[in-house]
Write a protein that binds this ligand. Structure first.
Ligand SMILES: [Zn+2]
Length: 140
């Protein structure tokens, strides 16, 4: 005879559920954004959608049909794969650019507005515009 309290049994039951996965976390995030937006918009449609989204997240988290939930999540990850790839690529580009800005300066040609990249920390240097050939001095 196991003598488990109600709360212990409840915790064990929740632990045996699907828990959170990419699909659940994404919907949770969407729900939070919708609730935040609705602070300002105050639309009953958004309220209803938010409720459905949260209900779906709770349902999936507690669901014991692990096989079905796993299939859903796999399909979701597969369908949204290009988006995550793009998000990751953008984050990577941003980081690379931040790194680059420490060693290089970006400026525009005073004549033709061509964008140029010059090394930093070389003192006063004369640069030549690659487009119009205009030479000008800059402090790097
Ligand atoms: Zn130029």
């Amino acid at each position: 005879m196991s003598k488990q309290s109600f709360s212990e049994r409840a915790v064990n039951w929740i632990r045996g559920g699907n828990g959170s996965d990419q699909l659940g976390l994404t919907f949770l995030f969407v729900g939070l954004i919708l609730s935040f937006v609705n602070i300002f918009v105050r639309s009953w449609i958004i309220s209803a959608v938010t409720l459905v989204v949260f209900a779906y997240v709770v349902f999936r988290t507690l669901s014991h049909n692990l096989e079905a939930r796993r299939r859903e999540n796999a399909a979701f990850v597969k369908a949204t794969h290009p988006v995550w790839d793009r998000v990751n690529a953008a984050a990577y580009r941003g980081a690379a650019q931040a790194q680059d800005r420490r060693t290089h300066k970006y400026l525009k040609c005073p004549d033709c507005k061509q964008r140029m990249r010059v090394p930093r920390g070389k003192g006063k240097i004369r640069v030549k515009c690659p487009k119009c050939g205009k030479r000008f001095d800059i402090k790097s």
